[in-house]
Design a protein around this ligand. Structure first.
Ligand code: KIV
Ligand code: ZN
Length: 519
């Protein structure tokens, strides 16, 4: 069979990405990201791991119901219960897929304590079961790149005979190198009977920084599906970054003659949104989506750029959705200008949402001369809601060189204002202590991150706070021209989200009026 030169893009931001510690997203955020992935032309969206929790199940089935063109896939281990649950969630999609996997390398075979024959039988039975439920079945031998080649060929053949339509070859621990990655797929296609009738996929992790190179090499070897995540989000060093493989295939089509269906102009918006909802900021020098990816600071570079952009740029910023000359808004800008700018940035707002953002925009414009695109993105990305139990009402911090610093705070707790003063080692510590004094809790601060949204001393600071309690993790975000206020709001936002998580995992439990550490 002649292979098409189209490479399918399988996005697993909502499964492998979200699995990364601290990257948990809310139900609504998952729906929003899935819609953006569908709109940008992703072929297959791996929406979650339905057996993992009620929340995962609900997100996958809702995403399946709302899907437009993308195939919606759920993950299942190699047992009937997982597979049935997965099918229950994905079956609502126009195009559903079950993805089932088992670890086939010696180290992974030891975990369920199966010998080679027992594992082969398990693969046959579970893939057959999945195929009886769904016409579209993907099978993965986890840790394939550390599995004996002859055993890998044997189990891939079994999975194909049992009805798998896609065979995914994961480099689970980011161990392989490009030459090997290409050879492995080429060898499987050449030797396994029936290989011509299925799609081979590549799924790489970035532990040695080779995920993008390995994925592209696998395509050279015959793979026609790349598994990836936005911003390379994922466990440890992450997964292959969608934006990197897609742009590499686009820019270097002269030597890699493959196409994808991705609308690359949608890359920047989804990258920013994933960074915000996951709390994993994109490093400044990250390829394609980093803040500096298209910045040219040095004199020689700027001179070259002014004469001819191609001197130092291999692609245009517009190709990834960065609008080159964007005029900032100011305090005289009206609702229509704001709506138009937000639409340009990928936000189609309902009237009530727009009204809310407009109020916050006016407040910001009063404090800041020019409101740039990044300021607006930060504004729109704030995820506090009317239903929040905790709200910051006022904050005054006294600082000095001979500390301790003191924070005087009023916070609304379940509708009632509570006031306190607390000291700490620095203004942020004093502020967080004030929150704790008003609302006692045992959540542990895992991450506190501040970045400036734009340049200048009046720039907004975006603050991300990640907190953990009893295995539940929540990320809070906020932006403000005052870093300490942004910190307080982000901290309170994370606490509110932890409270929601507790309600969700212990349904019916009334935490109203009770400090949740006391429960
Ligand atoms: O990395 C991996 O092996 C996986 C599998 C579940 C496909 O994510
Ligand atoms: Zn993975």
């Amino acid at each position: 069979m002649t292979k098409s030169n189209q490479v399918l893009i399988f996005d697993t931001t909502l499964r492998d990405g979200e699995q990364s510690p601290g990257a948990t997203m809310t139900h609504d955020e998952k729906l929003e990201i899935a819609e953006m992935l569908d709109d940008m032309g992703v072929d297959i969206i791996e929406a979650g791991f339905p057996i993992a929790s009620e929340g995962d199940f609900n997100a996958v089935s809702e995403i399946a119901k709302l899907s437009k063109s993308a195939t919606i896939c759920g993950l299942a281990r190699a047992n009937y219960k997982d597979i049935d649950r997965c099918w229950e969630a994905v079956k609502h999609a126009k195009s559903p897929r079950i993805h089932t996997f088992i670890g086939t390398s010696p180290l992974h075979r030891a975990i369920p304590n199966l010998n080679m024959d027992e594992m082969a039988e398990r693969i046959h039975d579970t893939v057959t079961h999945a195929r009886n439920l769904c016409d579209n079945v993907q099978w993965s031998p986890m840790d394939a790149t550390r599995t004996e080649w002859d055993y890998l060929c044997r189990v891939v053949e079994i999975a194909i005979k049992a009805g798998a339509t896609t065979i995914n070859i994961p480099d689970t621990v980011g161990y392989t190198a490009p030459v090997e990655s290409a050879d492995l797929i080429r060898n499987l296609i050449a030797t396994v009977p029936g290989a011509d009738n299925v799609i081979f996929a590549t799924h790489c992790h970035n532990d040695l920084g080779m995920a993008t190179a390995n994925s592209l090499a696998a395509v050279e070897g015959g793979a026609r599906q790349i598994e990836c995540t936005i911003n390379g989000l994922g466990e440890r060093a992450g997964n292959t970054a969608l934006e990197e493989v897609v742009m590499a295939l686009k820019v270097r089509s002269d030597i890699m003659p493959y196409t994808t269906k991705i609308d690359t102009r949608k890359i920047m918006n989804i990258s920013r949104r994933v960074a915000t909802v996951s709390g994993f900021a994109v490093q400044f020098n990250k390829a394609i989506v980093g803040k500096n990816a298209f910045a040219h600071e040095s004199g020689i570079h700027q001179d070259g750029m002014l004469k001819n952009r191609e001197t130092f740029e291999v692609m245009k910023p517009e190709d990834v959705g960065l609008s080159g000359t964007s005029l900032p808004l100011g305090k005289h800008s009206g609702r229509a200008a704001l709506r138009a700018k937000l639409a340009e940035l990928g936000f189609d707002m309902a009237d009530n949402q727009l009204n809310d953002v407009f109020v916050r925009f006016k407040d910001l414009a009063d404090r800041k001369k020019e409101v740039f695109d990044d300021d607006l993105m930060a504004l729109v990305s704030q995820n506090d809601t009317d239903e929040d139990r905790l709200k910051l009402k006022s904050l005054r911090v006294v600082c000095g060189t001979d500390g301790p610093q003191q924070a005087d705070m009023v916070m609304e707790v379940d509708g009632a204002d509570v006031e306190t003063s607390a000291t700490g080692d620095g203004p942020v510590d004093a502020t967080f202590n004030a929150v704790k004094a008003i609302f006692a809790h045992g959540a542990r601060l895992q991450l506190y991150q501040v970045s400036a949204v734009t340049e200048g001393t009046d720039a907004q600071a975006t603050v991300s706070v990640r907190m953990e309690e009893d295995g539940r993790i929540a990320t809070g975000q906020s932006a403000d021209t005052d870093t300490v206020v942004a910190s307080a709001k982000a901290y309170i936002n994370a606490l509110n989200r932890l409270l929601v998580r507790r309600e969700q995992s212990e349904p019916g439990y009334d935490t109203k009026g009770v400090s949740y550490k006391d429960t």
